[in-house]
Design a protein around this ligand. Structure first.
Ligand SMILES: [Zn+2]
Length: 380
């Protein structure tokens, strides 16, 4: 899930939203303004319901963000870099650049999220109670009361021991600690995740069959997402196991074709030496040091008339936004950050010198080679 819009940084962590967050924001705001608030506290103007509905939905997303920020901050304290936090249709995701190194770290990183939601729930509950005794009820009570309920619900739902929910990570930490086998722990938590996911799908279909199409949609959607994500986690864990001990340099494409930052878009698109079956090229400065990554797609988006003047350096993805690794970094550690798409190339740099380029297909090739030549890596 990549952010459509970047909102900035909080505590050094990049925050972004995916466009799908608008859907859930609208569902919540409309639900509050049209149903929940008027039903619970009748007699206000429609404008009052909409204003309170909007504000409440905004505070709800701030609580989601607080939950994810807690994961991110604790992850960083446990030595794991955080890519960013993205809010989307089904909540928030804090994307970590690595994996916990021991069960204790896993437990702390996963556990803090539901704890924050629970603390927020209690805080909003106290707010509602205080407003109720001092001002005697009304919309000003209903908003924090709803926020209290939804945050406590979030804490409880996220604690269900099914990957990729926080509870699934807690289960993984527990299994890992009990067996000392990380892969078995991940496989176990993922199996629980798939089981719970299918349960939600069937529950959603059951509601659907009873005529509650909208009520059935969410469990089915969340269930489907859990099944897919849990399956993916188990697969990645097996992949990591297969790639254990393999450095990046063994899989990378060596001496990739580069583009100078002063090359114009026209030269780049028409130049015969760029007619390779690649869709992304490292960009280098006048001394040949890597400064960014240019995709064919970005270049094609430059309007025809400007292609003669716009340079690669102006439209490239700067190095700060590209994943850069060293040649001896373990390949397995890269897996969570290797997504498909041309902009997801990884630059392999040593001492400021570009050594190679790594794409998901390079990794796939490596895996195929490993399982065909080394039977011990097969089917683990
Ligand atoms: Zn969480």
């Amino acid at each position: 899930m990549r952010a459509t819009i970047r909102l900035g940084r909080i505590a050094g962590v990049r925050i972004g939203v995916h466009w799908s967050v608008l859907v859930i924001f609208a569902v919540i705001t409309v639900g509050l303004a049209r149903n929940r608030l008027p039903d619970a506290r009748p007699g206000y103007s429609w404008a009052a319901y909409w204003v309170v509905g909007l504000l409440t939905a905004a505070v709800f997303f701030a609580s989601l963000l607080a939950h994810e920020l807690a994961h991110a901050v604790v992850a960083r304290r446990n030595g794991i870099d955080v890519d960013d936090i993205v809010l989307w249709l089904l909540g928030g995701v804090a994307r970590l650049k690595g994996e916990a190194s021991n069960p204790g770290a896993e437990l702390r990183i996963a556990g803090v999220g539901p704890l924050v939601s629970l603390a927020l729930g209690i805080m909003f509950g106290l707010c509602a109670w205080l407003v109720n005794v001092t001002s005697g009820g009304g919309l000003a009570v209903e908003a924090p009361a709803w926020l209290a309920a939804i945050n406590i619900l979030l804490a409880v739902f996220n604690s269900i021991p099914a990957a990729p929910l926080d509870g699934g990570r807690l289960l993984r930490a527990l299994l890992w600690w009990r067996t000392g086998d990380r892969l078995r722990a991940i496989t176990g938590a993922a199996a629980a995740g798939r089981g719970f996911g299918w349960f939600l799908v069937i529950f959603g279909l059951f509601l659907f069959a009873r005529g509650d199409a909208f009520g059935g949609l969410w469990p089915a959607l969340i269930g489907w997402f859990l099944v897919a994500a849990a399956t993916m986690e188990a697969r990645q864990a097996h992949l990591r196991e297969t790639l254990a001990g393999i450095p990046v340099r063994n899989a990378m494409t060596r001496e990739p074709v580069t583009v100078s930052e002063s090359t114009t878009v026209a030269e780049f698109l028409l130049g015969p030496h760029y007619r390779y079956p690649h869709s992304a090229f490292p960009v280098t400065d006048h001394v040949g040091a890597p400064v960014g990554l240019l995709t064919l797609d970005t270049a094609r988006h430059v309007v025809e008339q400007r292609r003669g003047t716009v340079t690669a350096g102006e439209i490239m993805l700067p190095l700060s936004q590209v994943t850069v690794v060293g040649p001896d970094d373990p390949l397995a550690e890269l897996l969570p950050r290797l997504e498909s798409g041309p902009e997801h190339r990884v630059l392999v740099v040593d001492d400021g010198r570009l050594l190679g380029l790594l794409s998901p297909s390079d990794v796939t090739r490596m895996v195929t080679w490993l399982v065909t030549t080394d039977p011990r890596r097969r089917g683990r």
